[in-house]
Design a protein. Sequence first.
Length: 294
Amino acid sequence: MATEPDSVLSGDGFAAVGSGSSSPAVAAQAAPIVATGRESAPDGGVAIKAVGLTLSFGSRPILTDINTEIRRGSVTALIGPTGSGKTTLLRTFNRMNDKVSTYRHAGDVLLDERSIWHPGVDLISLRRRVGMLFQRPNPFPMSIMDNVVAGTRAHKMVGRAGLRQVAEEHLTAVGLWHAVKDRLKDSPFRLSGGQQQLLCLARALAIKPEILLLDEPTSALDPNATESIEGLVRRLVPDITVIIVTHNMQQAARVSDRTMFLNQGRLVEHGETRQVFENPHSEETARYVQGRFG
Ligand SMILES: Nc1ncnc2c1ncn2[C@@H]1O[C@H](COP(=O)(O)OP(=O)(O)OP(=O)(O)O)[C@@H](O)[C@H]1O
Ligand SMILES: [Mg+2]
């Protein structure tokens, strides 16, 4: 079936837009949170940066004066209560909000020091560089195999003969190969929700993004699949810069080098994960990471 190129590349045409799909907020954690990320976050320079980013839908402000730099080659967790603007911020980084008619922004987002809204920026190229996995799996209405290689094919990254290998490589990376290798021609909609999410992750990885935006990627996964995705995320860095939204404080502590805490559209704190969890600068952050609100 013909699919608009930027739908194939971004998944936007099939995405669960907006935030109605909130996950259960984190309740008080049973065990103290211990950040197990690397001792200190790598400093590979800035991958993407928000400068005075203020954003609204209609007259409603959603993000207020966000200034932040995402370190290249690291995993950054984006945490905050439901409705705080995490998905909106993530979607801004690859211009997914552009199609929302009521959306307005001030300030800027810079990728390689250049505005992502610069007239010379090609949206398809931007979304190849900045890939995204949505909270709800959104396979395309095509076979499992075609899903994985949709972006690779659209960007003409490999010839026809190489497509099966691309599919195998990325399905293996996400731990789905054995479950689907005999049904590559089947519809993805017969897969379980968790398997569909892994498929979408394989599709996102196959275009070899520089930055991968993950919006609660494991909320539909069982503990085994969650663990393997967390392991995969750790292996993606430093080649790929990852920003992961999660409501699971333990996951943020396990998987990330740096953590950003967003509350009511404000960036309250951004620092090394260990510092944010163990020695937060702000009382607001302390209350959230200790499960006292949210
Ligand atoms: N397309 C839209 N039009 C109008 N309002 C929107 C739109 N998308 C999001 N919002 C509003 O922006 C605010 C922030 O939503 P967002 O989805 O970014 O929150 P979130 O932090 O990701 O929440 P959750 O943890 O529940 O996923 C919410 O009040 C939401 O209703
Ligand atoms: Mg969200």
